[in-house]
Write a protein that binds this ligand. Structure first.
Ligand SMILES: [Zn+2]
Length: 334
């Protein structure tokens, strides 16, 4: 197996790109967030990601592959399996010549209400995201974060203040919509969030108590909107409001002030530091490449005994065969 990094990961021999950041002939799309979804000639994706991707970028040639249904691509066994990041978000396993490569895409191991539960597969080469790859990024238990969000909404509604929840329009916002709607709060939903929520509904994620945003009907409702609208007229014109943002970066001291909001709740769609390490240990790879995150995470992986390095934005070729892997084993036992 040979991989190359040049604005995306290219798996030679299989002739497949993984989340290519430039237009290519054929790329696996791990999920439909815009930093991972570029218009390509043809993509490989789960049915959920395909629908969300087309919603954002229009019709495309798509090879659809469901979770846990392996297929063959250029002599390699290829399988998609859930990453737990957002609806349909997928990891990919590529197996050729006895070598197993896994690319995680964005992932989280904690369960949630709107994404499939992540799986971990054993592999020889692991290419993993490392967004929160510093030791202080440890998220509180999910139930605690959810309770804090509910308390915030409850407290403000009782005081005739409009709670405004800012959450990324794909993934986080639908999770917030599910949490708050199921709890019984009435929701006023910005159209960008609502459109994507309708795609979620097509895949069996059902929402309750929601209404499309109408400035004249905000009383008694929670407003759910994407973060880029924070300084918009839409939000500024609300007379009595408290604003909260949902982001894993809420762990950072001063996050509240840097986002300019009243509250920050660290509800994240990414793995925290402990989940990243847990993933590495469970998959027990010979070699780990990190992408999308702090380069320092490599040091932490090395401290745990892994052969790890960062995949940087430069052309990089890595050749791995079963023989080489065996040698890695020899070196490690020495
Ligand atoms: Zn993402």
């Amino acid at each position: 197996m040979e991989i190359e990094y040049n604005k995306g990961i290219y798996v030679k021999g299989v002739d497949l790109w993984l989340d290519a950041e430039k237009r290519v002939d054929f790329s696996f799309i791990s999920h439909a967030h815009s930093d991972h979804a570029v218009r390509h000639k043809k993509i490989l994706a789960t049915p959920q990601t395909a629908r969300l991707y087309e919603h954002r970028l229009g019709k495309t040639k798509i090879k659809i592959l469901e979770f846990n249904k392996p297929t063959k691509i250029k002599g390699a066994k290829v399988e998609l399996f859930p990453s737990g990041h957002i609806l349909g978000a997928s990891q990919i396993l590529i197996e050729k010549g006895g070598v197993r490569l896994v690319y995680t895409g964005d992932f989280k191991l904690r369960g949630c209400l709107t994404a499939e539960k992540a799986e971990i597969k054993k592999c020889d080469i692991l290419i993993m995201e490392s967004t929160f790859g510093l030791p202080h990024y440890l998220f509180p238990p999910r139930t605690e974060i959810v309770q804090r969000i509910i308390n915030f909404v409850d407290y403000n509604l009782k005081r005739n203040t409009t709670p405004v929840i800012l959450a990324y329009s794909l993934g986080k916002a639908q999770e917030a919509m599910k949490i708050l709607g199921d709890h019984g709060f009435k929701l006023s939903i910005h159209s960008s969030v609502l459109k994507l929520a309708m795609v979620y509904q097509q895949f069996g994620v059902n929402f309750k108590n929601f209404y499309e945003y109408n400035p004249n009907e905000l009383k008694g409702k929670v407003l759910l909107a994407p973060p880029f609208l924070k300084n918009s007229k839409m939000i500024e014109s609300i007379p009595h409001k408290k604003i909260a943002i949902l982001t894993g970066w809420g762990i950072d001291e001063n996050a509240k002030w840097s986002y300019g909001v009243d509250e920050v709740f660290p509800l994240s769609d990414h793995a925290d530091f402990s989940e990243l390490l847990e993933y590495a240990k469970e998959s027990s790879p010979q070699k780990i490449y990190t992408v999308h995150g702090f380069p320092e995470f490599v040091v932490h992986l090395k401290n745990e005994g892994f052969d790890a390095e960062e995949l940087k934005i430069r052309i990089k070729t890595h050749r791995l065969s079963k023989e080489l892997l065996l040698n890695y084993d020899l070196f490690r036992t020495l």
